[in-house]
Design a protein around this ligand. Structure first.
Ligand code: SF4
Length: 451
């Protein structure tokens, strides 16, 4: 169980010296318990106490790192069942499967799709993160050749190496060097050798149980061997059974603090059906319910994009709106006669408005006011986009030195603000239009500064 603030306070020196930057030891203890400050900030806590507190406050689903540098993928680190309770930490990684018995064109196609199927939305690059190389027939030379091809062809792919052979996984891990792959997977038949190998190579290890009980037995053995960075496959290959296992594993880890299941899960929709559309639907279930990694048989835009969008929706922090910085943004190279628009800093609004301006090809200035991530109408209702604040921002922004005219456009529905804003900015003409962002290109093409 996580420690309470009072339990942590009992372990502190109680000097109330403020050296941690917090006024009292009690306030510091409360912040440590809430995960808002690191225990290291108190210079008077002993190493034993630090270790005890860090152990007690570690997330119940361990965070596991795969790869390094540009090819780093972090999974796990979760501490809740539902994202509204706190937030989900590390989004589900989408991996594409490459088998060593595929021909070169199939392998190249998957590597190329891994590199090309990338999408930008609200300033976030959405993409698959991992490539899983499966040793289909035990041929080590072929396994190494394919791994090498992936290493050179996809520099930012975190790797999963799949084989029953400890020797083949060792050879694969060696050529991966610093790109420390996930080595998959330990079974009852090879668990001791796999543990030794993963320890020796310094790589995370995948666990492949037959069922949930077998998975628990395997992770207990690996924990006893001192391995910590594990990713678990509960063995089920029907969606229903795998989903049940997934929920039981997360609940046992989070609610029961049951360590043998306190690891990120890997799911294989690619082994649950031959139908690509059904595979994508199964994958969507495991993004919603607790898979740290899902392995797909291939990547296609029409199924990858919705999965990435689902991933983005589920793994954004519900308590922290996505925002862009308050600033003047230049779009299409504006000059002193270009239109001036203003909107809020809710990133979805910003990217929709800026995208429409960009596609109009009309040079424009876009003022973005800090509304703490609220949309225009909500911000106005909350008193963060009122006439006085908006006028104040326009004045201090410096836009008056950049344009010769005094015309301000507010896209959207905020007609109420027009009169008040004209009182606050008496030299300016305020236009509240167009109502829909999609009408901005036509509106801007017609816009001209008043003579
Ligand atoms: S530095 Fe340590 S002893 Fe000093 S106030 Fe902070 S928690 Fe208390």
């Amino acid at each position: 169980m996580a420690l309470t603030g009072i339990q942590i306070l009992k372990m502190l020196p109680k000097k109330n010296c403020k050296e941690c930057g917090i006024p009292t030891c009690l306030a510091f203890a409360m912040k440590v318990a809430a995960g808002q400050i690191d225990i290291e900030k108190c210079p008077y806590v002993s190493d034993e106490v630090k270790a005890a507190i860090n152990e007690a406050s570690a997330p119940p689903v361990r965070a596991v790192k795969i790869g390094s540098g540009d090819a780093t993928f972090l999974t796990g680190g979760e501490s809740c069942m539902f994202r509204h309770e706190k937030r989900f930490e590390n989004s589900t990684g989408i991996a594409v499967l490459i088998r060593t018995d595929m021909d070169e064109a199939d392998i190249d196609g998957r590597i190329n799709r891994f590199k090309s199927l990338r999408y930008e939305r609200v300033g976030v690059i959405m993409k698959s993160s991992l490539i899983a190389v499966k040793d289909a027939d035990g041929n080590q030379e072929r396994f190494i050749t394919v791994i090498q091809k992936v290493l050179t062809g996809a520099h930012d792919a975190a790797l999963i190496l799949i084989s029953d052979s400890v020797d083949n996984l060792t050879g694969g891990a060696k050529i991966c060097g610093d790109r420390k792959p996930l080595l998959y997977g330990a079974t009852q038949a090879n668990v001791t050798d796999m543990a030794l190998m993963a320890k020796g190579m310094g790589c995370p290890l995948g666990v492949r149980g037959v069922d949930l009980d077998d998975t628990i037995d395997l992770t207990e053995k690996l924990l006893a061997e001192g391995l910590k960075d594990l990713v678990i496959d509960t063995g089920a290959r029907s969606m229903k059974a795998a989903l049940e296992n997934s929920i039981v594993a997360r609940r046992s880890a989070v609610k029961g603090r049951f360590k043998p299941l306190g690891f990120p899960l890997i799911a294989f929709p690619c082994e649950m059906t031959d139908n690509p559309m059904l595979e994508a639907m199964i994958a969507s279930v495991f993004i919603a319910r607790y898979a740290g990694i899902i392995v797909l048989s291939d990547l296609q835009g029409e199924t990858l994009f919705p999965l990435l969008l689902e991933q983005l929706n589920i793994f954004t922090d519900p308590q922290r709106p996505m925002v862009v910085q308050e600033d003047i943004y230049t779009i299409n190279g504006p000059n002193e006669n270009s239109p001036v628009l203003i909107t809020c800093n809710f990133s979805l609004t910003y990217f929709i408005v800026s995208g429409e301006i960009e596609s109009s090809r009309v040079p424009a200035w876009l003022l973005v006011k800090d509304t703490e991530g609220l949309s225009v109408l909500t911000a106005w209702a909350a008193g963060k986009f009122g006439a006085d604040q908006t006028a104040g921002f326009v004045k201090k922004s410096g836009i008056m030195n950049k344009v010769n005219h005094r015309e301000l456009i507010i896209p959207g529905y905020l007609a109420n603000i027009k009169g008040e804003l004209e009182e606050e900015l008496p030299d300016w003409t305020i236009t509240v239009a167009p109502r829909e962002a999609g009408h901005l290109p036509a509106f801007l093409k017609e816009w001209k500064p008043a003579a």
